[in-house]
Each structure stands twice: as structure tokens, then as C-alpha cells.
Design a protein around this ligand. Structure first.
Ligand code: KG4
Ligand code: ZN
Length: 324
């Protein structure tokens, strides 16, 4: 079986998966409480907490799977993109474990991991599909071909969608991480009370942008233009409309008939609802696998070749991704 590790940001994750793709366990140790006082992830704190949490996470994942370390026949790890110090904890641990056990190591791109989370959904897309990846670090439209090749067709010109949720939540005086808190406040609000303009509306370029929207929210908050819940609803609605509009353009440009939704923002209920408007079959990652986790890394590793022994020893973490 595969033991996978994911430490790219502020969650220490380990998972065990059988080689036939059946998930045996997935452990996510969140560090949110360590970063909340700072209103965001502090990279140095994240690295240090990963060091403390990685071994307990591995032991818990093996225990939950009813497995021992001797059952591990492959190790997989996120090698990037992410916070370099945080990634190095997982990469170092995985290299040592694979080398010590004498089993192959597979390096996984975090973004390909999110794409692979769709394969763990009950209605996993077969063949070519378009993926909307919306997380704290990225907002991408990815064209996935039938052989697993990934081509980036849209990126954000500025902030990521999850970052927009987090910054909006901060402007509204909500906690970190902001996405779930803003979404909860928005439920009690009326998006039409003080609507905010959808970014890049009327433009047909395949790109995302969220920074202007954030400025519009800041001005509305400062002017007390509407109740906080109404502003949260309007802000969420503008983000969702923007994501849905760009996804529609991406579907038209690629001719794909299936859209996958992945990444932390894929947990947003309003977004899941709005995507149903699209002229495509939509598949969202399972709720518990939208945010960072190691199950998606294990699933991506199933389709990747292991590193040879020289590459295992040379493996390094990298902050950026070729598809990000
Ligand atoms: O994929 P993820 O766990 O980490 C990255 O790879 O970035 O995504 C985290 C992001 C955060 O910005 C968080 O605020 C956002 O996902 N998020 C949400 C929701 N749950 C998490 N955004 C909107 N609505 C949610 N329900
Ligand atoms: Zn992520």
C-alpha cells in the first residue's frame, strides 16, 4: 500500500491507500489554531508544527488503516508548490522513510493532487475533463486530457479565490480561515441589498481577478453601505459569479462536457449550487477532500512513476508548480 504525506501549507496530512485505489485512512492535523492570532499562516510556525505533527500523523494513518509500517510498499509526498520550509518537512520525512524501508518514492505536485481528488468522488470523471481549482493559493482552469496530461488555460491575475474569501473575512472582522466564516455570515444576508460588481464582467479573456472586488468590499465596509451579512452575501455572490462565468468560457473554449471542482473553495455550498447552471456535468471533490489532504496525494501517486534511487536522494522541495 501507499503511504502519502502532504505538508505544503498549514495542515499536516498522512493517508494510506491500497494499490487498487481504495482509501484506507486519511489524517489531517490542522494547525489553524496556531496561526489564528496572526490572521494568516506564518511560514516559520507552520514548518515547526509540521516537524512535531508529521510522525503522529503517520502513526495515526497507519493505525486507522489497520496497517503497520511493514505494509508500506510505496511512499508518496507533495514536493511543491507551497511554503518551502513546510514542504521540506514532508519531503525529508518521506525520503528517509522510503530509503529506510527500501521502497520507491513518488513526488507529487500539490495541484495535480487536487485534480486527483476528483477520482475519489463517487461519480469520478472518466476521460478528458475541465477542472476548476480554487484554493487559498491558486485559481486555475485546467484542461485534463484522457491520459492525465494537464494544461493550464486560465490563472488569476492577482489574488486566488480562497485568498479573496480570507481577505474579505478579515475586512468583515471574521476569523481565519475566512472562507467558511464568510460563507456562514453570507447565509443570513441578502446579496441584492448592496451588490458588488462581478470581476472582469463582459470580458471574454480566460483569466481570474479578485483584487478589485476586495477593494470594493473595503470601501463598502468603510462606508457602512449595508449590514455585514448583506455585504458578505454580495461579496460571495460576486466571487461565485466570476468563477462560474470563467468556467463557462473554459468549457466553450475546450469543448469539454464535464467540469470538476476541487480545492478548499470547492467546499463552498453557494458555488456548488451555482455550477449546476453550467451546460456540463459537474463533479465536485468529496467535501472532506476539498481542503488539503494526503488522500489526494496518494491517488495522484497511483498514476505516476516512482523516482529512481539517485532521484530519491536528490529530491528537493519547490515553491512553484509548472501548472500553477
Ligand atoms: O486547498 P486549500 O485547503 O489550501 C490551499 O492549497 O490553498 O484551500 C484553503 C482555502 C482558504 O482560503 C479557505 O478560506 C478556503 O479554501 N475555503 C473556503 C471554504 N472552505 C475553505 N472558501 C469559501 N467557502 C468555504 N466553505
Ligand atoms: Zn491545496
Amino acid at each position: 500500500m501507499i503511504l502519502a504525506l502532504e505538508t505544503s501549507c498549514d495542515e499536516t496530512c498522512a493517508a494510506v491507500m491500497a494499490l487498487d485505489g481504495r482509501l484506507r485512512s486519511s489524517v489531517v492535523a490542522s494547525q489553524a489554531a496556531d496561526h489564528v492570532a496572526f490572521g494568516g499562516v506564518v511560514p516559520e510556525i507552520a514548518s515547526r508544527r509540521h516537524l512535531e505533527l508529521v510522525e503522529p500523523a503517520v502513526i495515526a494513518a497507519l493505525d486507522d488503516a489497520g496497517a503497520g509500517v511493514g505494509d508500506v510498499t510505496r511512499v508518496a509526498v507533495t514536493a511543491g508548490p507551497g511554503l518551502i520550509g513546510a514542504l521540506l518537512v514532508g519531503v525529508g520525512y518521506a525520503k528517509g522513510l522510503a530509503y529506510g524501508l527500501g521502497v520507491p518514492l513518488i513526488a507529487v505536485d500539490h495541484l495535480r493532487g487536487h485534480v486527483a481528488s476528483l477520482q475519489l468522488a463517487p461519480e469520478a470523471p472518466q476521460g478528458a475533463h475541465l477542472v476548476l481549482l480554487a484554493s487559498g493559493g491558486h485559481t486555475l482552469l485546467l484542461d485534463v486530457d484522457g491520459a492525465g496530461g494537464v494544461r493550464t488555460i486560465a490563472r488569476s491575475l492577482d489574488d486566488a479565490a480562497g485568498e479573496a474569501f480570507d481577505k474579505g473575512a478579515r475586512l468583515l472582522g471574521l476569523g481565519y480561515p475566512g472562507g467558511p466564516a464568510l460563507a456562514a455570515l453570507a447565509e443570513a444576508g441578502d446579496a441584492a441589498a448592496h451588490p458588488l460588481t462581478t470581476p472582469l464582467v463582459g470580458r471574454d479573456d480566460l483569466a481570474f481577478s479578485f483584487s478589485g472586488l476586495k477593494t470594493a468590499l473595503a470601501q463598502a465596509v468603510a462606508a457602512e453601505a449595508a449590514a455585514p451579512a448583506d455585504l458578505a452575501a454580495a461579496y460571495q455572490e460576486a466571487i461565485v459569479r466570476h468563477l462560474v462565468e470563467r468556467a463557462a468560457l473554459g468549457l466553450a473554449a475546450t469543448g469539454r462536457s464535464t467540469l470538476g471542482l476541487v480545492g478548499g473553495v470547492a467546499a463552498n455550498a453557494r458555488l456548488r449550487e451555482a455550477l449546476a447552471e453550467l451546460p456540463a456535468a459537474t463533479v465536485a471533490a468529496p467535501l472532506e477532500l476539498c481542503g488539503d489532504n494526503a488522500a489526494m496525494i496518494a491517488r495522484a501517486a497511483l498514476d505516476l512513476p516512482p523516482l529512481d534511487s539517485a532521484a530519491l536522494l536528490a529530491l528537493d522541495a519547490h515553491a512553484r508548480s509548472p501548472i500553477g
